[in-house]
Design a protein. Structure first.
Length: 450
């Protein structure tokens, strides 16, 4: 008996230590079994308390009265599958007649408390079937991406969602995106994860970094073109617009719209072309869009209009030509001038880290998910990397990218430097990766004399 007691105390102590220091290990070792039992035992009573049950059918009531049996109890949604995951449980429910998906979504917070889980989210799989994802611990506190993720052309994992699933940046589904974030909000880390995910793919990376290239030029060995000033950015964007026109001419000559060709083989974008003819897709990363929109003189205003016009054209027409935009900035508002709201309308994907003002949050989500605006401005300053991600469908999620240091991103870009495609129109903007010239540091002010 003494040995059993000692073993039990050790197990409980180990479980408590794991729950404190390694919540993911605790969940896989102890939490998933306890949570599954808790859900199965409490399920009927919890659903009844949350108002997620329906009265029994009339024929059941009539049969109970005819046979003098007790009246059947209200029926909760039927459990079709209970699947454990590395972060929680996935419960698939079949709704009863008269129930709605919004009933489950409205009761998510009550289900979280009743089942003693960290978070509960729901989504409709198909008509009458709802998937409820429950997380057993705070997966965004210490982000650990799964060892294996789904791989697909132009689809890269960049962050982890609050329900434990992987957040992907899918360029074929959402071609253009806007990423906002104040200083020290984690926007640069999110951008590094994006570049790190794109580096192994057959894609051309184009960067515009008007902060003299301090953010993107360390990754230059994997970039096909880089611009570090508004003047160079204007020329680079004009070259991309010219490339877009050339790609459209190629698609037009290869459309195969004769009557003897099946409809499924008609080409309307680069992904319908044969592999040997398909142009290399291009991802354009703009590190600070406000630097491209600000001006102080008439000449700078003309350059600004040229840049914004090129960005709008690429956002409107670039998808079929395989040109995708990633617009990043600390501030994004209508005060940046004409054409900005037109540009925003073409940026389907929206990601907002911690913001300093509500106006930027409204520019990010006000037109697609108004309830995400409040969530974006409530991100605490100590949670760097936490962001709100949404799209034009109106859905949004809390996400957090794993911490990737600049050295890790540089090493990865250097490893895949041989994957840079040969694009003649971008050759004049190819970054040089030689030894940096030694610069004289700014002179320090002399100390005041007594």
């Amino acid at each position: 008996m003494t040995a059993f007691t000692v073993a039990l105390v050790l197990v409980v102590a180990a479980a408590g230590l794991l729950r404190w220091r390694r919540p993911a290990w605790y969940w896989l070792a102890f939490g998933v079994t306890l949570a599954a039992l808790r859900v199965l035992v409490r399920y009927r009573s919890v659903m009844d308390a949350c108002g997620l049950t329906v009265p029994p059918a009339r024929w059941r009531l009539s049969l109970a009265r005819a046979t003098n049996r007790p009246i059947p109890e209200p029926r909760p949604p039927r459990i079709r599958r209970l699947r454990p995951t590395r972060t929680g449980l996935v419960l698939r429910l079949k709704l009863r007649p008269g129930q709605d998906v919004f009933d489950i979504a409205a009761a998510s917070d009550r289900l979280r408390h009743s089942f003693s889980m960290f978070g509960v989210t729901s989504r409709e799989v198909r008509s009458g079937v709802v998937e409820v994802r429950m997380t057993g611990y705070d997966v965004l506190k210490r982000v650990q991406m799964p060892a294996e993720t789904e791989t697909r052309a132009m689809r890269v994992p960049v962050a982890l969602r609050e329900d434990g699933s992987v957040h992907y940046r899918d360029y074929r589904a959402i071609p253009h995106a806007l990423t906002l974030g104040a200083t020290e909000s984690g926007k640069s880390v999110y951008q590094r994860n994006l570049v790190a995910g794109l580096a192994p793919l057959d894609v051309a990376l184009v960067g515009i970094d008007c902060k003299q290239g301090v953010e993107l030029f360390p990754l230059a060995r994997r970039f096909s073109a880089l611009a570090d000033s508004p003047d160079t950015a204007a020329e680079l964007l004009d070259a991309l617009v010219a490339r877009m026109a050339d790609v459209y001419r190629l698609i037009r000559t290869q459309q195969r719209i004769t009557v003897d060709v099946p409809d499924a083989e008609i080409a309307a974008d680069i992904w319908d072309l044969p592999d040997e003819l398909r142009p290399t897709p291009v991802v354009v990363l703009v590190d600070e869009v406000a630097e491209l929109a600000l001006y102080a003189t008439k000449e700078e205003e003309r350059r600004r209009d040229r840049i914004i016009t090129a960005l709008v054209r690429l956002a409107q027409l670039g998808r079929a030509a395989g040109i995708y935009l990633e617009i990043c900035g600390q501030r994004f508002g209508s005060e940046l001038g004409k054409g900005i709201t037109m540009l925003r309308a073409q940026l389907t994907g929206r990601t907002a880290h911690r913001l300093n003002d509500e106006t930027s949050a409204n520019m990010a989500f006000g037109d697609i998910a108004p309830d995400a605006v409040l969530a974006a401005i409530q991100i605490p300053a100590e949670l760097r990397g936490l962001a709100i991600a949404g799209d034009a469908s109106g859905g949004w999620h809390r996400i957090r990218a794993p911490h990737t240091s600049l050295r890790q991103a540089v090493n990865l870009c250097n490893r895949y430097a041989d994957r840079i495609p040969d694009l003649p129109e971008l050759a004049p903007f190819r970054p040089t990766t030689g030894t940096a010239t030694e610069l004289v540091p700014p002179a320090k002010a002399s100390p005041a004399t007594a």
